[in-house]
Design a protein around this ligand. Structure first.
Ligand code: 2AM
Ligand code: CA
Ligand code: CA
Ligand code: CA
Length: 266
């Protein structure tokens, strides 16, 4: 597997930030935590990881823009390139000692995602993809699962947390999906959920109210693994709407239809 110089920069940044996260995960009880909103936490570990990623990426490409979850956006002098970074996706898991969290880094070129890296330092799993080059888990090529029938499928989802306004809508979607699939799972890191679809572990996934930094890297991973993604209307505005429905060509379509079903009559 030959990685481009640019993808290598992203991988090095993710590994370095991952090391910092792994260190902080070992003494999570000593970390300073602040509350951004109901159910929405940020810790020293998030800030440290973002600083590392930002420094590594801007050192390698000083003219590119940078949008990370925890800091002010940097507008680059190069108007066509921007990094989209979630330094710690799955902060709630991290703070509870649950080893399901990741660094997510994507590169946007003229509005298109062209490369993505997702790294879980607790499992040492590194997911990478660049446009036209396929998707990889560590050094092995990955592909989306081949199942064509919803009743055979395990589907990942995100569950709205405290402070989100979409609890009722989610329960309705879940009820529809539960009636059709073999099982539903919830990891608590949207980046890992999407990486799991790319790796064929989940047959599909849906979630709403996400941010661009949660999903940008995962979207290119799925595309390069032969999968499909859309927003709630079947369109391509995942980054701006924050809704993702993902799977192989059959399951993505089937899931979109199931999720969009109207409220059942009483
Ligand atoms: P974060 O950890 O970077 O904030 C999962 O549903 C997504 O929602 C994750 O990507 C997570 O990103 C975000 N999220 C924010 N607050 C959450 C919470 N209290 N519980 C679960 N996920 C949360
Ligand atoms: Ca957060
Ligand atoms: Ca996130
Ligand atoms: Ca985060």
């Amino acid at each position: 597997m030959a990685r481009s110089a640019l993808l290598n920069v992203m991988v090095q940044a993710a590994l370095k930030a991952g090391k910092s996260l792994a260190r902080d995960f070992g003494e999570v009880q000593n970390l300073q935590v602040s509350v951004k909103g109901p159910g929405d936490f940020v810790s020293q570990a998030d800030f440290r990881a973002e600083k590392i990623v930002k420094e590594e990426l801007l050192k390698a490409r000083p003219t590119y823009g940078f949008l990370g979850e925890e800091g002010e956006e940097i507008i680059g002098t190069d108007g066509s390139h921007r990094w989209l970074v979630d330094p710690l996706d799955g902060t709630t898991n991290f703070l509870h000692g649950i080893p399901q969290f990741a660094v997510s880094i994507a590169l946007e070129r003229s509005g298109e995602i062209v490369a993505g890296v997702i790294f879980n330092p607790a499992t040492d799993e590194l997911f990478t993809a660049e446009r036209g080059g396929g998707a990889f888990l560590n050094d092995r090529r990955i592909r989306v699962a081949a199942r064509k029938t919803l009743s055979d499928c395990v589907i990942g989802c995100g569950i709205p947390h405290l402070g989100k306004s979409n609890h009722g809508k989610f329960l309705l979607e879940l009820r529809h999906v539960m009636g059709e699939v073999s099982g539903v799972r919830r990891i608590g890191s949207a980046a890992l959920d999407l990486a799991y679809v790319a790796a064929g572990r989940f047959d599909g996934f849906w979630e709403t109210h996400l941010n661009a930094w949660d999903i940008a890297a995962g979207l290119i991973l799925i595309r390069e693994a032969g999968g499909f993604t859309s927003d709630a209307d079947g369109g391509t505005d995942m980054l701006s709407t924050g809704t993702v429905v993902a799977g192989n060509e059959y399951i993505q379509k089937a899931l979109l239809e199931v999720i969009g079903r109207p409220v059942p009559k009483a």
